[in-house]
Structure formats: C-alpha cells, structure tokens
Ligand binder design. Sequence first.
Ligand SMILES: [Zn+2]
Length: 283
Amino acid sequence: MRVFDPHIHMTSRTTDDYRRMAAAGVRAVVEPAFWLGQPRTNPGSFTDYFDSLLGWEPYRAGLFGVRHHAAIALNPKEANDPRCRPVLDLLPRYLGKDGVVAVGEIGYDSMTREEDDAFARQLALAVEHGLPALVHTPHRDKARGTRRTLDVVAESGIPPGRVLVDHLNELTVGPVRESGCWMGFSLYPETKMSPPRMVEILRRHGLERMLVNSAADWGNSDPLLTVETARAMVAAGFGEDDVDKVMWRNPVEFFGQSGRLDLSGTGQAEPAFQGNSILRGGS
Ligand SMILES: [Zn+2]
C-alpha cells in the first residue's frame, strides 16, 4: 500500500512519527502553513516558519524516505491580526519556490471581513501563480462556512478543479461535490471524521476528487489514520485499486496541477498526467 497524506503538520510531530508513517506505507505528504497555537507577532516569524517548511522539514522527511511538499499562505485565524497581515505581501516570493505545490491553508475561521479579504487575495495569488488552493472550512458553523467558501471560490474565477475544500463531513460533502471542487476529509481520533464514517461517505459519494488526510498537528491527532482508513476500506469490500486511487492517485493528480510534485525516491515518480501508467505501480 502506498499512501500520500495531503494535509499534515509535520513541524509539530516527532521523528518517531516519520518512522512509523514510512513503515506503514506513507511515502509523500503535503504540509500546509497554519496557525502554530502561540500567536505570532510579526511577519519575520512567518518567513522563518515558511523557510523551515521548505528546507528543514523536507530534509527531515527525506531521512525516512518520505517526500515532503508545502502549501504556503497566511492562515485564516491570523488573517485577523493586523500584525500578521503584511505576510500577504511576502507570499509571492514563496509561491515561486520549487517545493510549494499549493496556496494554503486559506479560507475561514470566524468568517470576519478580514478573513474575506485575505481569502480572496490569496485565491487571486493562486490563479496568478498557477497553483492549486487548499481551503480550510471552519469548525464552528461549518455548513454556513462551507457555503460561503464555495461562493468566494466561484467569484474568484479559479477553476473548481484546482481547489481542495478540506475538513468536510456528511453535511458539507454534497455542495462541495456539486461545485466541482475536490473534497478533503480530516480523520481525527475523537472529533471530525472516523475511518468507518469515511468509508460510508466513499460508498455514498464515490471516489472521484476525494482526499483523505490526518491533519495531524500538536493536538490530539494521529498520522496513521490515513492508513487505518485504507484498511477500513478493504475490510468494507473496496478493492486495492480503489484504495490506491483515494490514498495515492487522487492527491498526486490534485497537487500535480502545480507542476512541482516531485516523487523521486518514493519509487512512484511517474507524473500524474501519465494517467493510468501509475495505476499499478504500488506494492
Ligand atoms: Zn491543518
């Protein structure tokens, strides 16, 4: 089994996690820039963080044979802090870099006017730089937040096929599927989504444009919940090819749109646009 975790915050995880992930089949990850818990007070604090997502973290992942890519953005929560907003002006410098495969996480936290503005500006940056966008949906008032997210995406002019709307559940998957955007699900030990619920969603809504992630960070989370979901899929009667589609080919296709996905060293280096040639490359 080969697994690509399309949303995980390895900055807050240990080398033991990398070791366990590699042993279980996780061969590639995307780490979106996010809120670090402690409020940041100046833009320099972000640039050091972005540099670490593009330098130190890929190096650390590489020691365990895991390919690491980043999504760069001003996150929704800190978009509300006037001390952090100048980060928006620093983003173009980062969006041109090799390891950056998306703009993210962007979107809504509390759905403020400031978040509206940062979200729209960063979708425009995604269009300008030819990058996909990774969009976080709020944990509170998720249905309304998701509807508003889809409106802003539609207004921005970015093709829906280049947008991943993340942290979905049974209530929010439908409208996102209709919009043509990709659908992300974060598997958490207690809240959000569990492997059995995820399997049921895949059964109901199919495998197209579906992405499963652990969103593991410094909170109660588990970087192996992607692998556990893959096992739950098999136990529920999905075939190995179905599992490979959701856990590997879908994220490769989505982030491959950046033209920057580098899967060398994973044994799975074929680019996504060769379509079926990667279907049977797994072990
Ligand atoms: Zn996240």
